[in-house]
Design a protein around this ligand. Sequence first.
Ligand code: AMP
Ligand code: MG
Length: 315
Amino acid sequence: MSDKSISNIRKVDATALQEAVALLCAGELVALPTETVYGLAARADSESAVAKIYRAKGRPDFNPLIVHVPSLEAAEQIAAFDDRARALAASFWPGALTLVLPLKADAAIAPAVTAGLPTIALRCPAHPVMRAVLAKTGLPLAAPSANRSGGVSPSTADHVAASLGVDVKLILDGGAAQQGIESTIVIFRDTGWSLLRPGPITASQIAEIIGEENDVTASLSGIEAPGQLASHYAPGKPVRLDALTAEADEFHIGFGAVAGEVTLTASGDLAEAAARLYTCLHLAAGAAQPRIAIAPVPHEGIGAAINDRLSRAAT
Ligand code: AMP
Ligand code: MG
């Protein structure tokens, strides 16, 4: 498959799903839609399958992967849940919430998945395609975003093909990812919890279930947040934030009243802005202008997660 004209993108149907399941069971990589962004999946119990994820993404091996499971029951076979973790799973699964929990000693998880940490990141996704694949394989699937490490995350199958190309045998096309931004990540400690990554489920939604975040300083430890790299989601050009107007050499991404050449949302709807974030960054990356300017985005609600991604894109 070195001929680049041969597309490995397939619209989701029963045959394509069956092919995806067969490839995953055989230890191959499959890219597929989730409700957050497109994921690059491999069976999480196979060291050689997981190694292919790190290789295809060019991802540093100290940056552990999120494992996707079909249910809380499946998750409890892999990690030790306490009442707080169960309460969050009951409220937000299936959905865009990842829980970092102690890894069970007898869990069938390849060590490369957790990068040697005693904890594991688990998520039960809501997207019907990802759920069908999880159900049919009966396997936990490691699945980071389906792009080269450090680059802009993929919201569509075409973004995946442009970033990873023929390194992935099959890209299931299930349309644009609806939420468009990676899952919220929560880590638990004996006395509290903290947010490792803001996302579609906000800190205040979590606080309503298990009380206020109360362990913020500990989350900054390098060991527990190896993947929280300052520079990430980089479009390959300088990015200027909070730009109400653009210079002649800047591609302007708008928000609300700031029109821009493309807009995250004309109406100021933050959910729409999250869903369009990476599509706009991909358009900006491919535009003629050598620089990117982005309008201010409010920090409330999912705006915190959007601003988190924008600040890393600009670093
Ligand atoms: P990605 O799969 O690219 O969306 O990123 C996964 C994120 O989860 C990275 O920021 C990782 O550092 C983080 N992560 C995965 N496993 C763990 C873990 N055991 N402890 C802390 N963070 C984790
Ligand atoms: Mg990623």
